[in-house]
Design a protein around this ligand. Structure first.
Ligand code: NAD
Length: 292
């Protein structure tokens, strides 16, 4: 059994991004900029935003957080997004989800310029992912594909079972696997007899938020297990969706949670923001050339 070490790989990617940021600054004087919208006081959301901000600082990005109260109006968030869409210092915009119930999340995500949509949640980028065209891909599933690349795991022709079908985890994960020529099954809360599906899987990718959903009796020998879930136990410990201790004994590769996919998500946010900054820098250069 080999651990897929997301912590180590994310550090490596962060260093590569930091080097590229230095080069970009030297070449065109541009600093990648990320703006985050954080609404309300949810401690988990605040902790995620804080981790993202720290990573941006380490990589040499400019970052700004728009802290908004829980009672904020739709119009006020929309106004902030329009402002960020037009701000040339901002290359990437991230809306920390979930938003409060009075807010139309779909409308908010659709308002983010697709060119600054470093989370890959805009329908424009979703469409490009599904049709296997270049665009911005959601950070968590993108991080999983980077782990596969690092450990030379080729999913082509493999039976991949994705558990969880959300827009930010399961669905884009399934699209990426399909684009990589895997055979993909998507399971969710209404799937009957989950074990029937997982027992057949060469690769299990689970992002649900249910502690110990995947147990030893549900997997075959040699399975590759990607645990995307993050939950807190009654004792306050962070855990994934997989009974790691027992499932790892039957696995060929497995991610721990925490320490697997989580750090990769942040590394991919840096990578997506750098990508947006490079595109924007080129655009500004072209515009300046045209103006001459
Ligand atoms: P979500 O609530 O939007 O979606 C959960 C999905 O799981 C749904 O499709 C639902 O049908 C399915 N599901 C729920 N219970 C199930 C069950 N018993 N059996 C099978 N399927 C079931 O959640 P989300 O935003 O997609 O997040 C899922 C998990 O991934 C959470 O634990 C979250 O904390 C974690 N997450 C981790 C990262 C990371 O960077 N590691 C990033 C995003 C989300």
């Amino acid at each position: 059994m080999q651990i897929l070490d997301g912590k180590a790989l994310s550090k490596k990617i962060e260093l590569q991004v930091t080097e590229e940021v230095k080069l970009l600054k030297e070449k065109c004087g541009c600093t990648p900029g990320l703006a985050v919208v954080l609404v309300g006081q949810d401690p988990a959301s605040a902790a995620y935003v804080n981790m993202k901000k720290k990573a941006c600082d380490r990589a040499g990005f400019y970052s700004i957080t728009h802290d908004m109260p829980e009672s904020i109006s739709q119009e006020a968030i929309e106004k902030t997004i329009i402002m960020m869409n037009n701000d040339t210092n901002i290359d990437g915009i991230l809306i920390q989800l979930p938003l409060p119930s009075q807010i139309d999340t779909t409308k908010i995500l659709e308002l983010v310029s697709p060119e600054k949509d470093v989370d890959g949640f805009h329908p424009f980028n979703v469409g490009r992912l599904v049709t296997n065209l270049d665009g911005f891909v959601p950070c968590t599933p993108l991080g999983v594909m980077e782990l596969f690349k690092e450990y030379n795991i080729d999913v082509k022709g493999k039976n991949c079972v994705v558990i969880g079908a959300s827009n930010i985890v399961g669905k884009p994960m399934a699209s990426l696997l399909l684009n990589a020529d895997a055979t993909v099954e998507i399971c969710h809360i209404f799937t009957d007899d989950l074990k029937r599906h997982t027992l057949n899987a060469d690769v299990i990718l689970v992002g649900v938020g249910v502690i110990n959903l995947i147990t030893e009796d549900m997997v075959k020998d040699g399975v590759i297990v990607i645990d995307i879930g993050v939950s807190r136990t009654a004792e306050g410990k962070l855990v994934g969706d997989v009974d790691f201790e027992n499932v790892s004994k039957k696995s060929s590769y497995i991610t721990p949670s925490p320490g697997g996919v989580g750090p990769m998500t942040i590394a991919m946010l840096l990578s997506n923001t750098l990508k947006a900054a490079k595109i924007n820098a080129q655009k500004l250069k072209d515009q300046a050339k045209d103006a001459k």
